[in-house]
Design a binder for this molecule. Structure first.
Ligand code: ZN
Length: 499
């Protein structure tokens, strides 16, 4: 890279440092909003966040940035070098950010704000008609964005790209077409005539302070670093990074069942440990190569810890005695029954309450509708009827109210179209990574004893430390020797739910 004008690359590094400071300040303000902001502070916080993101956007889309990137690109050099990869990332993000006309961005922001309020009311009243005109506008604007970003085959590709780089509609279609029939029959087998435990088997009184203490021990036990993170309470569990070595998790509590907050923590800690494993040195943390590559990879980490580790018998063998120390009424419970209680399959209408077996059918349904909306073969007005028909086809259930059907999720009101598939990619990747990690004898041996150090080392080595170096498919290929394959997920579900 010797012929590159040093100033262009250095300018981009300097700018990245500044953008990183701004982005983390935004994250801090947003984290505060979800965890402790008093109601009267909400209006000012909205202005503060809008200012920070506007500033970030303006700095990054300055035409000079495009010139610096072009100057770096013109100098050649090894494409695998760290600097060349950072340039690749700048180019990618710069094009995504600068290809959208300002007017379109503003119209979209405004539409989302109104759509979200309309969705909340529509859901409350279970009246799709209240949300319909807003969703029509969102779909129209999203299509315009897809055109502005550009795509080769399907406009939905351009939207998927926002969340899962490199993944294509055609590829997802194949993946889901293969998964769907097997999943439908697996769901039937797992929900009919299997041994079950009573739904209130784990019910009892679970004081919040003891839940917090237990969750912390578990999170520490699986490897979440509390020197570089903490757990707080929020209405919707999430994970956010406020700076290098400052990763925040949140969970919510149910006083009658401790597993709700526990699985929230395990899921978010999976995200958090990925963030803690990204390059965080002073000279790298702000560079684009140090970021997580995609939502499908991020979600693979959360699902791996939540489901593959946290719902296993080996996990409960280690942690049930500790839980019983915190919640004495659990003493004497049978390990096999506890493991069964946290792995019960049930057909249901609501995605966020779905178990591991039924979950991906909810996603396949949303993918089919989104794709049809974007290619114009389905109109927004037809969504409720098509949603209900798919629920009937996939689950054999009859939707009675749109609030239990097409109005249940917040995503579309936020303009998130193309986001849902990343949940299933997360499940598919998690099963594949876990399968391959267990082929390492020391990982498997430790896991069988309820210990996770070797698994975390494996994930750090194969996934975390690479940041954005490899696109999702290549990262999976390098980590496991194969592109994402649904059969690992099916195998895992059969082993666990049809033993
Ligand atoms: Zn997640």
């Amino acid at each position: 890279m010797s012929r590159r004008p040093p100033s262009a690359y250095n300018e981009l590094c300097r700018l990245s440092r500044e953008l990183h400071l701004l982005a983390n300040t935004s994250s801090l303000a947003a984290w505060d909003q979800e965890t402790c902001l008093p109601p009267a502070g909400v209006a000012f916080r909205a202005k503060q966040l809008a200012y920070l993101s506007g500033k970030h956007h303006a700095l990054f889309t300055d035409p000079r940035v495009g010139e610096w990137i072009a100057a770096c690109e013109a100098t050649g050099g090894s494409p695998a070098s760290r600097s060349a990869l950072n340039v690749r990332e700048w180019r990618y993000h710069y094009d995504r950010a600068s290809k959208l006309p300002q007017q379109l961005v503003e119209e979209f922001e405004e539409t989302k704000a109104l759509a979200h309020a309309a969705w909340a009311e529509a859901r409350e009243k279970s009246e799709f008609g209240l949300f319909q005109p807003h969703l029509e506008k969102i779909v129209k604007l999203r299509l315009e964005m897809a055109q502005a970003w550009g795509y080769e085959q399907h406009p939905y590709d351009a939207l998927l790209e926002e969340y899962e780089r490199g993944v294509r509609t055609e590829e997802l279609e194949k993946l889901f077409d293969n998964l769907q029939p097997d999943l439908v029959s697996l769901v039937a087998e797992a929900t009919e005539g299997r041994p079950r435990v009573a739904p209130d088997y784990l019910a009892g009184k679970y004081p919040l302070s003891r839940q917090r203490a237990f969750n912390r021990l578990v999170a520490e036990g699986i490897g979440f670093d509390f020197q570089a993170g903490r757990i707080d309470t929020a209405v919707h569990p999430f994970c956010t990074t406020l700076g290098p070595r400052d990763v925040r998790l949140t969970t919510r509590y149910n006083r009658k069942n401790f597993t709700s907050s526990l699985y929230g923590v395990l899921h978010e800690a999976g995200h958090g440990m990925y963030e803690q494993g990204l390059p965080s040195d002073e000279d790298q943390a702000h560079l684009p190569l140090s970021r997580a590559i995609s939502l499908g990879i991020h979600e693979s980490q959360s699902r791996l810890w939540e489901n593959h580790v946290g719902r296993s018998k080996a996990f409960w063998k280690r942690w049930l005695p500790v839980a019983a120390d915190h919640f004495p009424h659990l003493q004497g419970l049978k390990l096999a029954k506890v493991a069964l209680a946290v792995n019960q399959a049930k057909k249901s209408f609501i995605r966020v309450e779905a178990d591991e077996v039924t979950y991906d059918l909810h996603i396949i349904l949303r993918f089919r509708l989104e794709k049809a909306l974007i290619d114009g073969s389905l109109s927004v007005r037809e969504i409720p009827a098509h949603w209900n028909a798919l629920v009937k086809q996939l689950f054999g259930l009859k939707v009675k109210k749109d609030r239990d059907g097409c109005l249940q999720d917040v995503h579309w009101s936020f303009g998130l179209i193309g986001y849902f598939p990343t949940y299933s990619l997360g499940n598919i990747n998690a099963a594949q990574l876990f399968h391959h990690a267990r082929r390492d004898a020391s990982v498997a041996e430790e896991l069988d004893k309820g210990r996770c150090e070797a698994l975390l080392v494996w994930l750090r080595e194969k996934i975390h430390r690479h940041g954005s170096r490899y696109l999702p498919n290549e990262l999976m290929k390098r980590a496991t020797g194969e592109l994402p394959q649904a059969h690992h997920l099916l195998h895992h579900l059969r082993e666990r739910y049809l033993p």
